[in-house]
Design a protein around this ligand. Structure first.
Ligand SMILES: [Zn+2]
Length: 262
């Protein structure tokens, strides 16, 4: 651009501001009445038979919330519905928006996780969500949703069982009330040994390092301080009783702590 001495900083700035203000007043194309009408004729619903609430991100369309199904109900419906045609505004240029029309059913399927660009393995249909064209779900729809939910819950419960049997430490870290116990509840399980023996909610906080320990722990798993003195004395006395018949009183396990020499 050739140098123009008549263009001052002020003039350039005002031109820039004018351009910006035009962009702010970008024209929004009017929706076509006939499409609006057609859109209202189809309303799609999202239901949940599972206990977990879900929040689904839909890019520029924002978030879609689905509550968890209460225990005394067969299913719950998401508070929002999806219209037959979902229109979305995208910027065309600094003067105008484009109105992008998307099939509402496609979006409904995306919400439950079976749309394009979603990993089917991670679909929320495995957790009880389903899309429906009916205001009240059919028996078949509910049956299918529950079948998928139960399969997932069985997997979650199996994880808890296996951890409990093989790795108690990992069990106490991984097994969660709102995942594993909720899954067991869906399957009407309440008296499995991993559920009744010790529940993760009854964990004890170490006074020394703050880490959480199993209720039955005597020493902290992290810092090895005694966190249950009563139980510790009980176990120690029992050990001593057992060992009393033998020569030098030595406790099994770690060697005695050496006092620093002065
Ligand atoms: Zn500790």
């Amino acid at each position: 651009m050739p140098f123009d001495p008549s263009v001052t900083v002020e003039k350039a700035e005002s031109a820039r501001m004018q351009k910006l203000s035009i962009a702010k007043n970008r024209r929004v194309p009017d929706p076509l009445g006939v499409i609006e009408e057609a859109s209202r004729r189809h309303i799609y619903h999202v239901f949940n038979v599972g206990p977990w609430p879900q929040k689904v991100g839909l890019g520029s369309l924002g978030f879609f919330f689905v509550p968890g199904c209460p225990k005394n109900k067969e299913y719950v419906e998401a508070p929002q519905n999806v219209m037959g045609i979902v229109s979305e505004l995208t910027i065309k240029d600094e003067f105008e928006y484009n109105r992008l029309m998307t099939d509402g059913w496609k979006i409904t399927q995306e919400i439950v996780g079976i749309g394009r660009s979603r990993n089917p393995k991670r679909a929320l249909t495995h957790y009880g969500l389903f899309a429906s064209k009916n205001a009240v779900p059919t028996k078949e729809e509910l049956f299918q949703a529950k079948t998928m939910l139960h399969a997932t819950c069985s997997d979650i419960v199996r994880e808890a069982r296996d951890l409990y049997a093989m790795d108690r430490k990992a069990f106490s870290v991984i097994v969660q009330r709102n995942r594993h116990f909720a899954a067991a509840e869906v399957l009407n399980l309440s008296d499995e040994v991993w559920m009744t023996d010790q529940s993760p909610s009854q964990r004890v906080k170490c006074m020394y390092c703050g880490s959480m320990n199993d209720e039955i722990a005597v020493k902290c798993a992290k810092c090895a301080e005694i966190i249950n003195v009563e139980r510790y004395r009980m176990l120690r006395d029992r050990e001593e009783e057992i060992l009393s018949g033998e020569e030098p009183r030595r406790r099994p396990g770690r060697p005695p702590r050496k006092e620093p020499e002065v």
